[in-house]
Design a protein around this ligand. Structure first.
Ligand code: AMP
Length: 255
């Protein structure tokens, strides 16, 4: 597996590649990321992963500062999963001095995470478009876990006429139901137990029941979102960690 740091190196390394699958990530790999790598590997000639903790999408500098980072471990995992190229640029490579251009997916970025994290989806859409332009993928892979992110990227692909297929990979969960997340590593054992209330509440697929089950926790929202497919989505704070999750509501709710 090749690791590249600059846009120029990445473009040169991929100049001959015609069938690229891109998995955008922020690192701290867990089984959710592996599912994306495997989906990409199964159908793409060249698999590219990007590893970039995008500072622009963090409203909270403390959240950014403590975001788990371990590039050496991530590179070993990516290589073992058959990733051909890992693009791991420095912040200045993607946001050079004077940077001022942003992609705003206006409506889809509102509500839910968009309301809780102002500017988050503008930063997500922008970094994704930059990565698409650098890597030129035929397919991109995102996790259902971040359902609103999927909607924002889908809308951007349509609105900007990008020739890219969006693939959505089902949420990977711990045996007890907690959705895998890089932020789970920040939970104490007691918080980890409390966090289980979120997937259990969402599993009811009923907003009123879910809210009742989360009574006493610090709930940001529990709402049905009109995505494709519609989801029951929720966000809670457990200690200093904010967790999100959702369950699709179509196909009898068993997707
Ligand atoms: P992140 O590194 O957290 O930005 O996540 C990179 C990609 O992995 C995103 O498309 C996420 O939606 C996806 N992802 C994160 N957690 C999971 C999970 N538990 N199951 C499936 N995909 C996930």
């Amino acid at each position: 597996m090749r690791i590249t740091r600059t846009i120029g190196e990445t473009r040169a390394a991929l100049a001959e590649a015609e069938d690229i699958g891109l998995v955008p990530t922020m690192g701290a790999y867990h089984a959710g990321h592996l599912a994306l790598f495997r989906a990409a590997r199964a159908e793409s000639e060249t698999v590219v992963a990007s590893l970039f903790v995008n500072p622009a999408q963090f409203g909270d500098t403390a959240d950014l500062a403590r975001y788990p980072r371990d590039e050496t471990a991530d590179a070993a995992i990516a290589e073992a999963e058959g990733v051909d190229l890992l693009f791991a640029p420095a912040v200045e490579e993607l946001y050079p001095p004077g940077y001022e251009t942003w992609v705003d997916v206006e409506q889809t970025s509102r509500g839910l995470e968009g309301d809780a994290r102002p500017g988050h989806f503008r930063a997500v859409a922008t970094i994704c478009l930059k990565l698409f332009n650098i890597v030129r993928p035929r397919r991109v892979y995102y996790g259902q876990k971040d359902a609103q992110q999927v909607e924002v990227v889908r809308r951007m692909i349509r609105d900007l006429d990008l020739e890219i297929d969006l693939r959505v990979v089902p949420t990977v969960r711990e045996p007890d139901g907690l959705a895998l997340s890089s932020r789970n590593a920040l939970l104490s054992p007691e918080e980890r137990r409390a966090a289980l209330a979120l997937p259990r509440a969402l599993a009811t697929r009923d907003p009123a029941k879910a809210r009742a089950m989360l009574d006493g926790l610090d709930v940001d929202y529990v709402e049905v979102a009109p995505f494709d497919p519609p989801v029951l989505a929720g966000a809670v704070r457990v200690g200093s960690v904010r967790l999100i999750d959702n369950v699709p509501l179509d196909q009898g709710g068993r997707r």
